[in-house]
Ligand binder design. Structure first.
Ligand code: GAF
Length: 383
């Protein structure tokens, strides 16, 4: 892994001709299970990746914010009164955090910021939330703001929802901010209650292989919004605040009340997925890590057949990993491309990655990229 803190420092110094006051890092995430459940007030179980976004930051001498990155070294500036629509592109995620902090009643310090990251972009591993969370943590620390940890994900989420304009849930920002090393984060997306679940794969002789399908994302924003709308429509028909309020036991009766086949499928995914998160947590609490495999695979089948958010590349990766002996495999993240995770015996990483690459070759897909994921720490100031 390249030296991201050094790259952020170098970008800061090159852009602003001074050293940063500090470095703040926030990770990407893998969602172990619980997909599209967050905006249904349901349950999720992510862990943080070692890949992270680093914000090098320091006070601004001229009353305006300046931001740049290793990918966009020319600084973009905006004022403290920035509002949705002003800054676009990647800078919207940064300006959005300033706006959201102020909107929440805080006074973020005016700052200069330089960004470097090794979170793969647009791969369903939360590069956006890592950026928001790194900047949020930097501004909170720089300004000495008293923002409790449990409030931070919602502030970053508002930046994304209202400044950037993406109707996403609370999963990614919670993972980036509240995950801890060696743990998976069990989050109730209604109450924001969390439980850190020990996630020691190595002790069980297991590993998580992350396979980036490298599939091009298509119409992602529209499809995500459409899924969200269907879920809200189903909840309204069923007379519940959110699909979280339908239990697995109540599902058959709920499906009978939903005439529309698409709404039935979307609802079945959310209700069964929430139950799979609860079942996964119960197994992990009992130390039965290998046994979560079938739940991961069932989650994938549900995303493929009921929520209809997979593409051929991720389906093939799941099938090839399972055929190569994985205990379970599923797409992770919002869908329509992105990454697959496979729970494998630690010794079988190379064989599994090779099997997926071979299956891609046979179909003429762009080659996948695979690596082993461990559970890293959440957002923090670097020493
Ligand atoms: C994306 C969104 F940003 C999350 O809020 C979540 O809905 C996820 O897709 C699907 O679980 O990452």
């Amino acid at each position: 892994m390249s030296d991201i803190p050094a790259a952020a420092t170098a970008a800061f110094t090159a852009a602003y001709g001074a050293a940063p006051a500090g470095l703040w890092a926030a990770p990407g995430r893998v969602n172990l299970i619980g997909e599209h459940t967050d905006y249904n007030d349901g349950f999720v179980l992510p862990f943080a990746l070692p890949q992270r976004t680093v914000a090098a930051a320091g006070p601004s001498p001229d009353g305006t914010y300046s931001i740049c990155s290793t990918l966009a070294p020319e600084p973009v500036t905006f004022g403290a009164d920035t509002a949705p629509g002003e800054v676009t592109g990647w800078g919207a995620y940064v300006a959005g955090v300033v706006w959201a902090l102020r909107d929440a009643g805080f006074e973020p310090p005016v700052a200069r910021i330089a960004i470097a990251s090794d979170v793969p972009l647009g791969s369903g591993l939360s590069s956006s939330a890592a950026l928001e969370s790194a900047v949020l943590t930097a501004l909170i620390d720089l300004g000495g703001l008293d923002v409790p940890l449990e409030r931070r994900p919602a502030i970053a989420q508002r930046a994304e929802n209202l400044y950037v304009g993406a109707p996403t849930g609370i999963l990614d920002q919670s993972a980036s901010i509240r995950c801890e090393a060696g743990q998976a984060l069990f989050l109730d997306c209604r109450s924001y209650a969390i439980e850190q679940i020990p996630f020691d794969l190595a002790a069980a002789g297991l590993a998580i292989l992350v396979i980036n399908s490298n599939a091009p994302h298509q119409h992602v924003d529209g499809e995500y919004g459409a899924r969200r709308k269907s879920c809200e429509e189903s909840a309204a028909i069923l007379g519940v605040p959110a699909l979280r309020d339908v239990t697995a036991g109540e599902l058959p009766a709920a499906l009978d009340r939903l005439g529309d086949e698409v709404l039935r499928k979307r609802t079945r995914h959310i209700v069964t997925e929430n139950q799979r998160v609860l079942d996964t947590v119960a197994l992990l609490r009992a130390g039965q890590v290998r046994e979560i495999g079938p739940l991961l695979t069932a989650s994938h089948v549900s995303m493929r057949d009921d929520f209809e958010i997979t593409v051929a590349q991720v389906d093939v990766a799941v099938e090839a990993a399972l055929a190569a002996g994985a205990h379970g495999a599923r797409m992770t993240g919002g869908g329509f491309g992105g990454c697959v995770l496979a729970l494998i015996d630690a010794a079988r990483a190379a064989e599994t990655a090779d099997a997926v690459a071979e299956a891609y070759g046979e179909r003429g897909f762009t080659a996948p990229t695979s690596w082993l994921a461990t559970a890293g720490p959440g957002a923090t100031k670097l020493p």
